[in-house]
Write a new protein. Structure first.
Length: 101
């Protein structure tokens, strides 16, 4: 089992629009690829005083690396571009892959 985790920090001014868009547009688009088994979204509740914005972890489960590579190669560039075109520099994201042991 593979966990594809996307950690995203979104500016306070864009938060509500971003969250609605993620739940109603982006995440359904990712899932519509048919490559993922399930998905969860978490909001980080710990925060350092100097941090700004709100941070989320969006987690997608896949059966194997082949499914991830197919997503990465065929779907991710267009979906990431769509997010950047909508929100520009009002968010930052980094991605990690984890394997169940």
């Amino acid at each position: 089992m593979i966990l594809y985790n996307v950690t995203i920090n979104v500016d306070d001014d864009s938060h509500d629009e971003w969250l609605t868009w993620m739940k109603n547009v982006h995440i359904p688009s990712v899932l519509s690829t048919g490559l993922f088994l399930s998905q969860k979204m978490y909001r980080l509740i710990t925060k350092f005083p100097e941090e700004t914005g709100t941070t989320y972890s969006v987690q997608y489960w896949l059966t194997d690396m082949e499914h991830f590579e197919q997503y990465r190669d065929q779907y991710a560039p267009a979906l990431q571009k769509q997010t950047f075109q909508k929100f520009g520099d009002r968010f930052s994201a980094f991605r990690t892959l984890m394997e169940e042991v």
